[in-house]
Design a protein around this ligand. Structure first.
Ligand SMILES: NC(=O)c1ccc[n+]([C@@H]2O[C@H](COP(=O)([O-])OP(=O)(O)OC[C@H]3O[C@@H](n4cnc5c(N)ncnc54)[C@H](OP(=O)(O)O)[C@@H]3O)[C@@H](O)[C@H]2O)c1
Length: 322
């Protein structure tokens, strides 16, 4: 089968399109024929092993898994002997930030991990684009108690995480302020934002509005700068560690002192996210934003684009089987 392979961490140039052996499912695994996958920011972090902590999970000196890719949409081709929840022929989509070797024509995955049947009426491309960013967005939302009418600001609302977060928040009937650039103001309104702030013209931290929650889905603000915007007891969550990795230890400090808090949720329950994401797609409440599509053969170009940190939603890789 065709796959994107690497043997050392580094820039996209270390990637190669190669012919490799098709995987065989273990007893508890399913074999998936992949039709679509994405290049996402998690893939980029794994590729360069940045931040350094990545190496503790993916290989200290060289990558343990030689095929890249963390998500997929495809069809089950074969099931292992003990698999009971899926059968051959079913359309599935899934994600695993431990690496799925999914920039390939086939991958395998244990049946009890982050894999679910695809909702009907969506394409493989849409299904693949509904996993990584949406999982992290749901990870923010799970950490707060949303009630109707609360106010939430999403910074980086045009990204994979941000564009999913805006739609998920509207499902909970909260007032959403979305921060993005000039070209995406209309898109953000289409996603359901009640108010949009163009960061190219305005600094959202100078906004008069107070918020119950601030989600920085691009990690370019700080708790310190956003604190004045929070209501008493308000919560700030960022997708990044912060300039001095303070988003990791500040949650402990703010927890002790009470009042406005910062949280740094570790995203673990992918399976739970898949259940939520699937439900919202089926209710028509979530539609992933797709920026560009590249064929598997051009995955290196896709990485170069995604690494810039300027994509709008998701970058899909389409996989052909000739
Ligand atoms: N904590 C975790 O577990 C975790 C997991 C995955 C990703 N991440 C991190 O989370 C961040 C977002 O991920 P993502 O997949 O959503 O990224 P993404 O799709 O690359 O989106 C980033 C978005 O932010 C916009 N942006 C850039 N500068 C901005 C600014 N100053 N103000 C507001 N928006 C700005 C970009 O568009 P324009 O430049 O065109 O404005 C882009 O649409 C990344 O830094 C990623 O490394 C964290």
């Amino acid at each position: 089968m065709k796959a994107i392979v690497y043997t050392k961490y580094g820039p996209p140039d270390v990637l190669q399109l190669k012919e490799v052996e098709k995987p065989a499912p273990k007893d508890n695994e399913v074999l998936i024929r992949i039709y679509a996958t994405t290049v996402n920011r998690t893939d980029c972090a794994i590729l360069r092993a940045k931040p350094f902590i990545v190496r503790f999970f993916y290989g200290l000196f060289t990558p343990k898994k030689k095929i890249t890719g963390t998500d997929f949409a495809g069809k089950i081709e074969e099931v292992g002997k003990s698999v009971s929840s899926f059968k051959a022929g079913e359309k599935v989509f899934g994600f695993d930030d431990n690496g799925l070797r999914s920039h390939a024509q086939y991958t395998t995955m244990p049946e009890d991990k982050g894999i679910a049947r695809m909702p009907e009426h969506i394409t493989y491309e849409q299904a693949a684009a509904s996993t990584e960013g949406a999982h992290y967005a749901y990870n923010f939302i799970k950490k707060v108690n949303l009630t109707k009418g609360q106010k939430v600001l999403v910074n980086g609302a045009t990204g994979a995480i941000g564009s999913a977060a805006v739609q998920f928040l509207k499902y909970f009937d909260v007032y959403v302020t979305a921060v993005g650039n000039t070209k995406n103001m209309e898109l953000l309104k289409t996603l359901g934002a009640d108010k949009v702030i163009n960061y190219e013209k305005e600094d959202f931290t100078k906004d008069e509005q107070k918020y119950n929650f601030i989600f920085d889905a691009v990690g370019k603000s700080t708790f310190g700068k956003c604190k004045p915007l929070l209501e008493p007891g308000g919560i700030y969550i960022s997708s990044e560690l912060g300039p001095a990795a303070q988003n990791v230890y500040l949650p402990l400090v703010t927890k002790v002192f009470g009042g406005k808090k910062i949280k740094f949720p570790i995203p673990t329950d992918v399976r739970g996210s898949m259940v939520f994401i699937k439900k919202l797609i089926e209710k028509g409440k979530f539609k992933p934003v797709i920026d560009r599509r590249y064929p598997l053969e051009q995955t290196i170009e896709a990485y170069r684009y995604v690494e810039k940190g300027q994509k709008t939603g998701n970058v899909v890789i389409t996989v052909e089987h000739k």
